[in-house]
Design a protein around this ligand. Structure first.
Ligand code: 13P
Length: 214
């Protein structure tokens, strides 16, 4: 898929017109009735074109690309109502935060996720894929347990950025960037790109997705 992450209503429509095959409409800052209504409109638009829609209930805490979320735990009734409009996958606030977790973070609300997952599966009539945002820094065993409750997509960004940053920093601080033609951006940035690849491969293995094609 070519996926739009955290798009507004306007961005979602623009991205669909531009050929994106999967859209996350993030209406979590809107009143829930409006979030559901706009999601419903986007679902009917998208499904006529073979495009998948992800919606959000509750909200993801922390900051990403300048957007700050309070981190509201998703209500099960709201998750059921959002599922009923036909979304393809659902992002739910369950104590997850974008960016690095604070030292006093108390972990994912796994019992709540389990109850929410069971409730939306019933509405949907089949396992409804849940999206876990803020995947960086969540202990592996919490992610693995979340997967057993219906999480089918884990968004990981900060860990990849940190891996890139550390590798490029090491490259420069060791003066390797001064060797030969390492000023070539393709060579200069390669340690960072390789570090992202290694980080992603390690996450794929931990999430149990290695070797799966769909
Ligand atoms: P992290 O940067 O915390 O991994 O979150 C990524 C994310 O949820 C993107 O939507």
């Amino acid at each position: 898929a070519i996926h739009l992450d955290h798009g507004s209503y306007e961005m979602a429509k623009e991205a669909m017109a531009a050929g994106f095959t999967s859209i996350m409409f993030d209406g979590s800052d809107l009143p829930i009735a409006e979030n559901i209504l706009k999601t419903k409109e986007l679902v009917s638009w998208a499904h006529g074109r073979g495009i998948a829609i992800e919606a959000e209930v509750g909200s993801i805490g922390g900051e990403e690309d300048g957007i700050v979320g309070a981190g509201e735990i998703a209500s099960i009734d709201e998750a059921k109502a959002m599922t009923a409009v036909g979304v393809d996958y659902l992002a739910a606030g369950i104590g997850n935060i974008h960016g690095q977790y604070p030292a006093n973070w108390t972990g994912l609300k796994l019992a709540h996720l389990q109850a929410l997952g069971a409730a939306i599966d019933e509405v949907c009539g089949r396992p409804m894929p849940i999206v876990l945002h803020g995947g960086s820094g969540v202990p592996d065993e919490q992610i693995q347990e979340a997967i057993t409750y219906g999480v089918a997509k884990v968004n990981v960004n900060t860990e990849a950025q940190l891996a890139f940053h550390q590798a490029v920093r090491d490259f420069v601080l060791s003066d390797e960037d001064l060797v030969g033609k390492n000023y070539d951006p393709r060579k200069f940035l390669k340690p960072g790109v390789d570090a992202i690849q290694a980080a992603v491969e390690e996450r794929i293995a931990v999430f149990g997705s290695a070797g799966k094609v769909n």
